[in-house]
Write a new protein. Structure first.
Length: 462
């Protein structure tokens, strides 16, 4: 835990300092090619449970890594000590490893230098935010839970990182990146109500959840997110059990993102080439509802876009699924070269959207639906059959029955077995893209969707 009398940490590694370290390393290296990367991060996390802070720490982790290659042999070494002697020892270790390593026929020289796009990857308010600010936000969420006599648990975190990549061919990239996160789960315990002179009804526990992530800690909207979780927890008490089977569903953005992250991972070009991908043979063909589009927008102010990738390639806007048709695959550099692919699109700032007449909010979407199961989120999603991308998982923290445009009651959580390749082939209605953060994926923008069929295989017992 940070203390007022604690020693201040060294400042983050600047662009000039990273360039100096690169010059020292390149002057020392005798390899055919040398690549240097920097990861210098200062982060902090405040955790709370049972309406009290239980974990409040800051950490600093700085790492410099060098990869030296002699032909197809390469070796990698790292150090957390940036002194001249430690850096020289790191280069010597990488060279020794490279000289005895087996040949890697997929190893490539560093990418051609280019001008990386400048993006707003760092926000001053997040850099300035320390333990005090995170504690204030955690106490704000705790206070709202206490006012409702409910129990809250969650995290508030913030980080700032210096990220760099350089090579002996002139490649050089450096960015400062910030990120803040808030997540809360609210528990509404058993309640007892008197319904008549001798009648007592006991309701079961309900839970509600909400989360946010942003470059700016001031955009986490702690109060709004906490009130959403509180409302879902209170509504979730005394859940009704429905039989498993196929139901129309309304998936909130976090639930949509939880399924789509598995589909995004399935766009790997190597497995596509081998024929083991669940989307094998589908490039240029309809894959989803024709109104669906998946794009990358690293310049979007609400997403976590970057200027360059870990491989030293520029990040830019791209369209991966257009009008339901698959347009791109995710390539590593070797596979792209083997296939003659000149441009390698990235997907670190995904936006999923539906064309047509859209609802502005989830509440507006609910009003259009005659009958469906409303799912707040999925958790513990796992693969069942990779070939058709069948997944299993459970609903969580707010599952409700919708009838005639209204939420009529909570329902007990389901386990599902279904594939995003099937369920997103037809969409009944959708909202505009909204913030989607889930345990299964980083942040993306995704709509809430009403889907005609979703297979719930059983009722969970918790």
């Amino acid at each position: 835990m940070s203390q007022p009398f604690a020693k201040p940490w060294f400042k983050m590694t600047s662009r000039e300092e990273f360039r100096f370290l690169v010059d020292v390393i390149l002057a020392r290296s005798t390899g055919d090619h040398t690549v240097v990367t920097l990861q210098d991060e200062q982060s902090g996390t405040t955790r709370f449970a049972n309406n009290q802070v239980i974990h409040h720490v800051d950490r600093r982790c700085s790492r410099l890594t060098v990869t030296v290659s002699f032909g197809y042999r390469h070796g990698t070494a790292s150090t957390t000590d940036f002194s001249a002697g430690a850096v020289q020892n790191m280069v010597a270790r990488a060279e020794r490893i490279a000289r005895v390593a087996p040949e890697d026929l997929e190893h490539l020289p560093p990418p051609t230098p280019c001008q990386f796009p400048l993006r707003e990857t760092a926000r001053a308010e997040t850099i300035a935010a320390g333990p005090t600010r995170r504690l204030e936000y955690a106490n704000e969420a705790i206070g709202l839970c206490r006012m409702e006599n409910l129990m809250g648990a969650g995290i508030v975190s913030s980080s700032v990182a210096s990220i760099g990549i350089a090579a002996d061919n002139g490649l050089f990239g450096y960015e400062t990146r910030t990120e803040a996160e808030f997540s809360i789960t609210v528990h509404a315990g058993d309640v007892t109500t008197i319904t008549g002179a001798d009648s007592i009804r006991t309701g079961s526990m309900g839970t509600g959840w909400s989360a946010a992530s942003h470059r700016s800690i001031d955009h986490l909207r702690i109060q709004e997110r906490t009130l959403v979780a509180i409302d879902k927890a209170k509504r979730s008490r005394d859940a009704r059990e429905l039989p498993p089977g196929e139901y129309p569903v309304i998936l909130e953005p976090a639930a949509v993102a939880g399924l789509w992250c598995w589909l995004i991972q399935a766009l790997d070009a190597k497995s596509y080439e081998k024929g083991t991908s669940p989307v094998a043979g589908q490039v240029g063909k309809p894959l989803m509802d024709k109104r669906l589009t998946l794009s990358n927008d690293p310049g979007h102010p609400d997403l976590l876009g970057v200027g360059f990738t870990q491989e030293g390639l520029p990040s830019g806007p791209s369209t991966w699924i257009d009008a339901g048709c698959l347009q791109h695959l995710a390539y590593d550099r070797f596979t792209a070269q083997a296939w003659g692919i000149k441009e390698m699109p990235t997907l670190e700032a995904p936006i999923l959207s539906v064309q047509g007449s859209l609802c502005g909010t989830i509440g507006d979407l609910v009003k259009q639906i005659d009958r469906a199961i409303l799912v707040t989120n999925f958790w513990y999603i796992r693969s069942v059959n990779h070939r058709d991308l069948t997944l299993t998982g459970m609903t969580r923290d707010g599952t409700f029955l919708v009838e005639n445009g209204h939420i009529v009651c909570p329902v007990k959580n389901f386990r599902f077995h279904d594939s995003p390749l099937r369920v997103f082939r037809n969409i009944d209605a959708a909202t505009v893209p909204l913030e989607a953060v889930s345990p299964e994926t980083r942040k993306m923008l995704a709509p809430a969707m009403a889907l005609p069929r979703f297979h719930f295989s059983s009722v969970t017992r918790w």
